[in-house]
Design a protein around this ligand. Structure first.
Ligand SMILES: NC(=O)c1ccc[n+]([C@@H]2O[C@H](COP(=O)([O-])OP(=O)(O)OC[C@H]3O[C@@H](n4cnc5c(N)ncnc54)[C@H](OP(=O)(O)O)[C@@H]3O)[C@@H](O)[C@H]2O)c1
Length: 268
């Protein structure tokens, strides 16, 4: 890959996932050089090969790394620094959505969930600011699940809430410094089979509120270009937010606990 100051480099975490891939396609179409990361080298190589076929002009590099592991993350960021790449865009799309009660967790899974969804994103923001091109855009993929506390989805919900909060603070800290930061709060996206099943199970609401990862990626890039503070993606997700903010918290917690106690799902 030829390194030039004109090339716009985008680092995308969760590149091998449904939303990550939608970002990659959108960014390839916009002429970015892509730095792709995920845990599996095999999946990253397959993605790189697919991109070469679809977008032969697009430069790609792969950085296999486990974001829950500080040392693995440092190896990745050290490599990017050594390669002298300056970032124009960071998309923190990696995420892990474990759904179960706290007593079902091991200590390792608690750390994993917090690190992937929050700590890694914060750490990469710090890295990207230090290694930025003239201008840097940061898209932090949070979730509508982080708006309210969610029993039985508590750690994910809290981590996403923290990421939304952090993104807004960082945006204010970066004012006038050539860095835009946007927290994106998608509702359901049919990326994996288990999520598709969950959306189906929600009936009409699922149909109305779900957005394709492609639509979310495009909306996110538009929002960060305008330096929006926070975006809830999708009309019905915005309506739901407004309609439910009036409810007493105790009602909301009871309703969510009843619904979500029936779901148990691990992440790997
Ligand atoms: N889908 C939805 O309904 C929905 C709704 C709201 C918000 N979100 C958020 O949107 C983002 C993308 O979701 P998605 O549905 O596209 O998820 P996905 O298809 O499950 O992809 C998750 C991505 O995160 C990566 N990842 C997970 N753990 C990692 C780790 N320890 N180190 C490095 N990479 C790791 C995975 O890569 P490897 O497995 O290859 O390592 C994969 O690329 C997530 O942040 C999610 O929380 C999703």
């Amino acid at each position: 890959m030829e390194i030039t100051t004109q090339t716009k480099y985008a680092l995308v975490t969760g590149a091998t996932g449904g939303l990550g891939k939608a970002f990659i396609v959108a960014l390839a179409e916009r002429g970015y050089a892509l730095l792709l990361t995920g845990r599996s080298e095999e999946k990253l190589l397959a993605l790189q090969t697919e991109l070469k076929g679809r977008y032969p002009q697009t430069q790609t590099r792969i950085y296999p790394a486990d974001l829950a592991d500080g040392e693995s993350r440092t190896r990745m960021t050290d490599r990017i620094t050594q390669e002298g790449l300056r970032l124009s865009l960071l998309v923190n799309a990696a995420g892990a959505d474990i759904q179960k009660g706290l007593t079902e967790y091991t200590q390792e899974k608690i750390a994993f969930q917090c690190r992937v969804n929050f700590e890694a994103a914060v750490s990469l923001c710090r890295f990207a600011i230090e290694n930025k091109a003239e201008k840097l855009e940061i898209v932090n993929i949070s979730s509508v699940s982080g708006i309210y506390p969610m029993p039985y989805f508590a750690i994910y919900s809290a981590a996403k809430g923290a990421l939304t909060s952090f993104s807004q603070s960082l945006r204010a800290e970066m004012r006038g410094k050539g860095v835009s930061v946007t927290a994106v709060l998608p509702g359901a996206m049919p990326t994996r089979d288990d999520i598709k099943e969950q959306i189906k199970g929600q009936g009409l609401w699922g149909k109305l509120a779900a957005k394709s990862p492609e639509a979310v990626a495009v909306a996110s890039l538009k929002a960060v270009r305008k330096n929006k503070r926070k975006v809830i993606v999708g009309f019905w997700n915005k309506v739901m937010r407004i309609a439910t903010c009036w409810l007493p918290t105790s009602w909301r917690l009871r309703f969510i606990a009843k619904r979500w106690s029936k779901i148990s799902k691990d992440a790997f």
